[in-house]
Write a protein that binds this ligand. Structure first.
Ligand SMILES: [Mg+2]
Length: 187
């Protein structure tokens, strides 16, 4: 297998699962049927950093949730797909939209529904508490768990190997909406 750093260097788009990846997989069901989930602010900051480094981000989730949709919007996630049965469909749509080869895509997931796309991307990453089969097919296994900073860890790894930090911090200082970015990062 190729060195995980070499694979991560090519990444221009990061696709993320939600339940068990951006959330810890637990949800509280209200009497109305609506579900509450919790997200890690560190993952959100990582997504903002990826954007500042000109890396596209996308969410593909099997469920439908207004809260997740709003969170994705707040973090400027470029593409959001919900209620997805087969994740390969939006995956191929994204490849076409951004004219990217599979090698330039990363996917972060936790369970069997992610396996097919993870088997196709250039850099696949599992959260620390992912299903063993998912860990087995991943180029990178996070120490952190889903909903507990795993996404941030993977994004940091990609930004590190791509040497993106100077660019990110320059942008935070000089961009017109630096106040807005700082507010989100510091929240
Ligand atoms: Mg999941």
């Amino acid at each position: 297998m190729m060195d995980q750093k070499e694979l991560a260097k090519k990444v221009k788009l990061i696709i993320m699962d939600v339940d068990g990846t951006l959330s810890d997989g637990r949800f509280f069901v209200l009497p109305s049927g609506e579900a509450l989930k919790s997200f890690d602010v560190k993952d959100g900051t990582g997504i903002i950093f990826a954007g500042l480094a000109d890396i596209k981000t996308a969410i593909i989730t099997g469920k439908t949730s207004e809260a997740v949709r709003n969170r994705a919007k707040e973090l400027h996630v470029d593409d959001y797909y919900e209620g997805v049965v087969n994740k390969t469909k939006p995956f191929f749509e994204l490849l076409e939209k951004y004219e990217l080869p599979k090698e330039e895509v990363a996917y972060i997931g936790d369970d069997i529904g992610d396996a097919e796309v993870m088997g196709m991307v250039g850099f696949s990453a599992a959260v620390g508490d992912a299903h063993p089969l998912i860990k087995r097919i991943s180029h990178y296994i996070a120490k952190r768990y889903g909903g507990r900073g795993a996404v941030r860890e993977v994004i940091d790894f990609i930004l590190d190997v791509q040497g993106k930090w100077p660019e990110i911090f320059t942008k935070i200082k000089n961009t017109e909406d630096s106040d807005e970015i700082l507010r989100k990062i510091n929240s």
